[in-house]
Design a protein around this ligand. Structure first.
Ligand SMILES: C[S@@+](CC[C@H](N)C(=O)[O-])C[C@H]1O[C@@H](n2cnc3c(N)ncnc32)[C@H](O)[C@@H]1O
Length: 249
């Protein structure tokens, strides 16, 4: 229904948050002259999110002519034991969200499923140095400790990522009893990542929801990793003839 841009603008997708991130990452890559990107889901569980990401990536890739590799990271055995109070043990526990590996693999069209604790799989995946630059990441690992480990995806040479990486954080709200705040869970991981990295910051897009047609919850869950030292960070990505080049009388 409608063009890709119209569908992203109005959020006509089963996961409009993923569509927004993938589409904008691909557009950014194209404007930067980067031919392909990786899009990642951390925390796959049954696989509904990864299947949605695969479908979105295929449509965006066809429309924009940017190659998109899809990758999902998960333990494959559900949640590991919580490390401390920051892992929200008051609402999560060991073994939540089991995966049926065979069933999921049979449905995947080409996405890479990386199984094991992200503590080990992320450094190993990066060490292969074969991936396209990371353009979009969905973080849905629930725990502070797991999210901190997953943030290692933003380590290594700048060629391994776009200068601005679109991110979606699933666990900033719900369940209500979690009482999310910046001292526990994903919000705490974002705060600690930012304090540990002077030239890299994960931030929301200021006033993002005012740029959207529909004000939806996920608007508050879109963040961007800014890699200020990236050689492409300052490359102008506005199209020639855009509205912001002239302010006539
Ligand atoms: C809420 S579920 C993900 C749901 C999925 N994104 C969806 O939309 O359907 C959280 C997942 O994170 C995974 N997980 C949490 N900590 C992990 C870790 N340290 N390493 C690997 N996987 C982890 C669990 O196995 C679990 O499947």
């Amino acid at each position: 229904m409608g063009s890709l841009e119209l569908r992203v603008k109005y959020g006509i997708w089963s996961r409009p948050n993923y569509a927004y991130g993938v589409c904008n990452a691909a557009l950014l890559a194209r404007r930067l002259g980067v031919p392909g990107i990786s899009v990642i889901e951390f925390g796959v569980a049954g696989g509904r999110g990864l299947l949605a990401l695969e479908d979105i990536a295929a449509r965006v890739s066809r429309n924009l002519g940017v190659r998109i590799d899809v990758v999902g990271f998960d333990s494959g055995q559900g949640m590991p034991p919580p490390a401390d109070y920051r892992d929200l043990a008051h609402v999560r526990d060991t073994g939540y969200y089991q995966m049926d590996h065979d069933k999921l693999r049979a449905r995947l069209a080409g996405a890479e499923l990386v199984l094991g604790n992200v503590n080990e799989t992320v450094p190993a995946w990066l060490a292969r140095e074969k991936m396209l630059p990371v353009g979009f990441v969905s973080f849905d690992l629930d725990y502070y400790s797991s999210t901190m480990q997953a943030f290692r995806i933003f380590e290594g040479p700048s060629a391994w990522r776009l200068p601005r990486v679109y991110c979606y954080f699933d666990d900033l709200v719900w369940p209500e009893f979690a009482c999310h705040n910046e001292y526990i869970g994903e919000l705490c991981a974002i705060k600690d990542f930012n304090s540990q990295h002077p030239d890299r910051k994960i931030c929301p897009i200021n006033m993002f929801r005012y740029m959207r047609i529909h004000d939806e919850r996920w608007n508050e869950q879109i963040y961007v990793l800014h890699d200020f030292a990236h050689p492409l960070y300052t490359k102008n990505v506005m199209p020639t003839g855009d509205l912001y080049r002239e302010i006539p009388l």
